[in-house]
Design a binder for this molecule. Structure first.
Ligand code: FNR
Length: 346
C-alpha cells in the first residue's frame, strides 16, 4: 500500500534541503590547513586517487550519498543521480528503503539506480530500526555492495511523527550486522558521531562508519521548516564534520573504513577529509541541487572539478596517493585546535 505521508515527507525533504541549503554550522575545515610543498617531485599522471573499501575498489574516492527513493515521483531523480555517479565512477547510496520494504511498495524508485549503473558500487540504506530480514530485502533489491544503517535521533525529535524511543538501537543494529551478507555502514545524517559512541560500536563489531557531520544539509532545520515557521533549537546542534572526523580517526583502527560526509563541497575540503583518514568522501545536498536546478552535465562537471582539485592539492602536498595524503603536513587553528586539545580519547 502506498503511504501518502511518507511520499510527501520524501518530497518535502528534497524541497527544503534545496530551499535551506547548508548551515548554519560551518563544516570546520577552515580550521585545518596543509603546508605547501614547493618541491613536490610529482607530475599529474603520478597522482592515484583510487581507494579500496574492504574488498570494494573505487576508481574515484567519492560517494553520492543517500538522498531519496520510496515514491515513484523520484524515479527520475534517482536515475539522474545514478547517471552522474556512473559518469565519474563514484559510488552511490540510495535514500532510506525502510518504508518501501515495510510496505512492499515503490521498489522501482530504488531499482532504477542499479539498472542505470549495473557495475557500480551501490549502497542500500535502512533505518537502524529495521529487522535483519528487512535489511536483507533492501540489499537484495539493489544487489547492493554494502548496507547503510542510518542514525538520525535529532531529526526524529524535531519531526512530530518521528521516533521518540532510541533504546535498544545498538542491539538491533548488531542483529542486522550479524545477519548481513554485505558490509554494514553505520551512518549519521548530519549531526556527527562522537568517539564515545564510535568506540561502543567498534566493541559491537562495526568497522564501517559514515560520520555524517554537521556543516551541510541540516535535517533538524528541514523538519522544523516542514511544520512551523520557527527555527528549531537544534538547527545548530551536532558535531561538525572536521571535528567528528578527528573523533573517528582517534579511535578507529587502520582497517576500519571511514566515510566523511556533511557539507563537503570542493576538492580542497575533500583533500582535508582524506588527510584526516577518510577512505571516501560522500556528498548529497550539492549534487541534488545540480540535478534539480541544472542538469546531469553540470553535476558531472562539478564532480569532475572536485576530483581535479583534489588531485591538484595532492600534487601540491607531494602526495602521490590517498595514503600519502594522510602523512602530508597539516596544522590546526581556531576552534578545531581548541577542540583537539580539549578531547581525551582514553
Ligand atoms: C538525505 N540524507 C539521507 N540519509 C540517509 O541515510 N537516508 C535518507 O533517506 C536520507 N535522505 C536525504 C534526503 C535529502 C533530500 C538529503 C539532501 C539528504 C542525508 C545524506 O545522506 C547526508 O548524510 C547529509 O545530507 C549530509 O551530507 P551533505 O548533504 O551535507 O553532503
Amino acid at each position: 500500500m502506498v503511504d501518502m505521508s511518507r511520499e510527501q515527507r520524501k518530497l518535502d525533504h528534497i524541497r527544503y534541503a534545496l530551499e535551506l541549503g547548508d548551515g548554519p554550522l560551518p563544516n570546520g575545515f577552515t580550521d585545518m590547513h596543509f603546508l605547501h610543498n614547493c618541491l613536490p617531485e610529482l607530475a599529474p599522471a603520478d597522482i592515484d586517487i583510487t581507494t579500496t573499501l574492504g574488498g570494494i575498489k573505487l576508481s574515484v574516492p567519492f560517494l553520492i550519498n543517500a538522498i531519496t527513493g520510496g515514491t515513484d515521483n523520484v524515479i527520475d531523480i534517482n536515475r539522474k543521480l545514478a547517471q552522474t555517479a556512473k559518469s565519474v565512477g563514484a559510488a552511490i547510496a540510495v535514500g532510506s528503503q525502510y518504508g518501501a520494504v515495510k510496505s512492499k511498495s515503490s521498489y522501482q524508485s530504488f531499482k532504477v539506480v542499479r539498472e542505470v549503473y549495473p557495475n557500480g558500487v551501490v549502497f542500500a540504506n535502512v533505518s537502524a530500526l529495521a529487522t535483519p530480514d528487512e535489511a536483507a530485502e533492501a540489499v537484495k533489491m539493489l544487489d547492493a555492495d554494502a548496507l547503510q544503517v542510518h542514525l538520525n535521533p535529532a531529526q526524529e525529535l524535531v519531526m512530530p511523527e518521528g521516533d521518540r524511543n532510541f533504546k535498544g538501537l545498538l542491539d538491533n543494529m548488531r542483529r542486522i550486522l550479524e545477519h548481513s551478507e554485505v558490509p554494514v555502514i553505520v551512518k549519521e545524517t548530519g549531526c556527527g558521531m562522537a568517539a564515545e559512541q564510535i568506540k561502543q560500536m567498534l566493541v559491537f563489531g562495526f568497522t564501517w562508519f559514515d560520520i555524517g557531520g554537521a556543516g551541510g544539509t541540516n535535517f533538524p532545520a528541514i523538519e522544523a521548516k516542514r511544520f512551523t515557521s520557527q527555527k528549531s533549537v537544534l538547527a545548530e546542534w551536532g558535531i561538525n564534520t572536521a571535528k567528528t572526523l578527528t573523533e573517528a580517526f582517534s579511535v578507529c583502527g587502520r582497517n576500519d573504513i571511514i566515510i566523511a560526509s556533511g557539507g563537503i563541497r570542493d576538492g580542497l575540503t575533500a583533500a582535508k577529509a582524506f588527510a584526516l583518514s577518510a577512505d571516501v568522501v560522500g556528498m548529497s545536498g550539492n549534487i541534488l541541487r545540480y540535478i534539480i536546478e541544472k542538469d546531469i552535465e553540470e553535476a558531472q562537471r562539478a564532480l569532475t572539478d572536485i576530483i581535479n582539485d583534489l588531485k591538484m592539492v595532492m600534487l601540491l602536498t607531494g602526495s602521490s596517493d590517498l595514503k600519502a595524503l594522510r602523512n602530508a603536513p597539516i596544522y590546526f587553528t581556531g576552534e578545531l585546535r581548541e577542540f583537539l586539545l580539549g578531547r581525551n580519547y582514553d
